[in-house]
Ligand binder design. Sequence first.
Ligand code: GDP
Ligand code: MG
Length: 290
Amino acid sequence: MSKMSFAEKLRVLFKGNKNSDEFFEDLTDRLIEGDVGAKTAFEIADRLEQACRKNHLAENSDILQELKRILLKYVRETRLEPDMTKVNVWMVLGVNGVGKTTSVAKMGLFFKNSGIDNIVLASADTFRAAAIEQLNLHGERTGLRVVSHQHGSDPAAVVFDAAQACASKGAGLVLADTAGRLHNKENLVRELQKIDRICKEKAGEGCYKRILVIDATTGQNALRQAEVFNEAVGIDALVLTKYDSTAKGGVAVSIGKELGIPVAFVCDGEKYENIRQFNAEKYIDDFIGL
Ligand SMILES: Nc1nc2c(ncn2[C@@H]2O[C@H](COP(=O)(O)OP(=O)(O)O)[C@@H](O)[C@H]2O)c(=O)[nH]1
Ligand SMILES: [Mg+2]
């Protein structure tokens, strides 16, 4: 398969005749290859075609600006900031391997570096012993406090203790790592709902967030994951990981359009500093090569 990015393919496409049906069909194909999702890709191409006809757009730059405008309507952006007068509890969700544990540590350090203290990482993926060790190691490296119980214990109890520890200082931020066994959907949903209740109970008014971690390289699987977790507990925001390892990245467009879930952070590497707040406009500019 070609390693060309969507932006590069778009540049090739724009060398041809923009006034043909073929152009919009090819654009649809490129959008699908870019992980936008078939349904959304057809809609985008349709809208662009209509706008081009209606406004007699012929210049590459005008068509690109119109495409940007359309994509920006679909992508959602949010800024996650803890309210430091209260206890904030953020539950971090996602299937195995997407980068939950790494993202918990990255967000913890991100907010620590922005001057927020009393950050507690909760090791609520008690299903795997390695996950607890992994978070402890991140705690040592970043200087962030970690609350953990032993392997196999009740994840909701870990979150409870972490929130308690955080609340003892009046206010703070709990970032809870969770397990992601999607193959056993029913159990996962039950377990998440139990953790969800504790988080809701422990967080201050408006300070509970459910954050879904999505691997940007997984394409339309990511949309399905978002649907499952959104149905189970409701998702407030996304963290998009492994943006460094994909030439595509259109998944934020389809999740924004289909589910209306906004992106809060993008991660583009394994290091702690490889995290930034999501900027929809910059994301679209990168995507289409503006
Ligand atoms: N290239 C890259 N790798 C990442 C990123 N985020 C996480 N990873 C890697 O993905 C793997 C799984 O991460 P982990 O946090 O353990 O996933 P979890 O199972 O969801 O907790 C690890 O090797 C991470 O270093 C990212 O933004 N870019
Ligand atoms: Mg993990």
